[in-house]
Design a binder for this molecule. Structure first.
Ligand code: SF4
Ligand code: SF4
Length: 353
């Protein structure tokens, strides 16, 4: 294998010996208790994966602590799932209970498997990204504190529920395909600092950054102009050129979308759709957002049939009934009249020839 200093190491170097030895031979898995998966191989070998929530943006101390725990109970083998759950890969079944006890002692949440909510994924937020409306990790932490009983399985749900948080409409998290998605929204087009733009921004790059073609060069000011009708407040131009000032603390806020899923099971994958167009960006605990998310989970949990994801439930009862049951107002913002929207994207592998 060619040696390179690009990218992560080959995954085969990092998996536990029991997985290497039984690669492609795993026969079935079961869930002996919430948060524990028991995988059984054709050879009779058994591997337990113990799943716990992570705070998503993690500290060095957290990494050191979970590494020490992994060294103690599973020869150092752990992995992060796509939803940022931490999974300890335990080859010795005798270590499962002591590991669960230690995680409990340290206050970590174990769960996230099957008909529960999984760890919440989020985008970078104020910490890393220039276009962020809000602090995605702060909202995520606040929501998880409120819905943790749905993660640990203490409160039953009809089906699995995926929650995602994105800090702008670029949604570089999994918001378009999550059961409940919290998306930060700018609500005013960028204000242009002409002097700054002429000094520090590459005008062709700034023009090219706009997905709707709203930005044009302005030779008179050596800056740009924005066609406000065409601007969808995505903040792409802000990332490229800091003179495009889109942040507006009084107007920026948070929206909530529902009904997305990636899975091909039962029905085709679905894109999430707008449920709540605006909630205030109320740091540091976002009570309006956490209440809304909890409310949506509760209404779905009471009304859905067993196995019915949020989008499947809405598909069965219809949007009108959804707005009635959730007591959410239906507004003109719910009508998608964006003229260049792509409505024919294929989102399914369920082909019929
Ligand atoms: Fe957040 Fe948008 Fe930046 Fe992604 S592009 S990290 S969603 S602000
Ligand atoms: Fe274009 Fe987005 Fe900037 Fe508006 S915010 S001008 S749509 S890049």
């Amino acid at each position: 294998m060619a040696k390179t200093d690009f990218g992560p190491p080959d995954f085969r170097e990092l998996i536990p010996p029991v997985i290497k030895e039984n690669y492609g031979k795993w026969k079935y898995h079961e869930v002996p208790q919430q948060g524990v998966l028991r995988h059984v191989s054709e050879s009779g070998a058994v591997l337990h994966s113990v799943r716990m929530a992570s705070p998503r943006l993690v500290s060095g101390d957290f990494i050191r602590e979970i590494s020490d725990i992994a060294e103690k109970y599973c020869d150092g083998y752990l992995r992060f799932t796509t939803r940022n759950n931490v999974e300890f890969l335990v080859s010795d079944a005798n270590n499962v209970d002591p590991l669960l006890d230690e995680l409990d002692d340290k206050g970590y949440l174990v769960g996230g498997i099957g008909n529960v909510i999984s760890n919440i994924v989020h985008t970078q937020g104020w910490i890393h990204c220039k276009s962020a409306v809000t602090d995605a990790s702060g909202i995520t932490k606040s929501i998880m504190d409120d819905v943790k009983d749905y993660f640990t399985g203490k409160i039953a749900l009809p089906a699995r529920c995926r929650i995602a948080v994105a800090c702008c409409i670029n949604m570089c998290g999994a918001c378009h395909c999550s059961d409940i998605a919290v998306v930060g929204i700018h609500r005013t087009p960028p204000r242009i600092d002409d002097e700054l733009a002429s000094k520090i921004c590459e005008i062709p790059n700034t023009v090219a950054s706009c997905p709707t073609g709203a930005i044009k060069p302005n030779p008179r000011t050596k800056s740009v102009t924005v066609n406000q009708e065409k601007c969808m407040m995505c903040a792409n131009c802000t990332v490229v050129c800091p003179a495009m000032k889109i942040m507006n603390p009084a107007k920026d806020g948070v929206s909530i979308w529902v009904g997305g899923k990636v899975s091909n099971a039962r029905t085709a994958p679905m894109f999430s759709k707008l449920a709540i167009p605006f909630l205030p960006n109320n740091a540091p605990r976002w009570p309006e957002v956490t209440d809304a998310v909890k409310h949506l989970i509760e209404v779905w949990a009471v009304n859905a049939k067993k196995g019915e994801r949020m989008g499947e439930w809405i598909g069965r009862i219809g949007w009108e009934r959804f707005f009635t049951l959730t007591d959410l107002p239906f507004t003109n913002q719910h009508i998608d009249d964006f003229t260049t929207a792509k409505t024919t994207f294929r989102s399914t592998t369920q082909f019929k020839f």
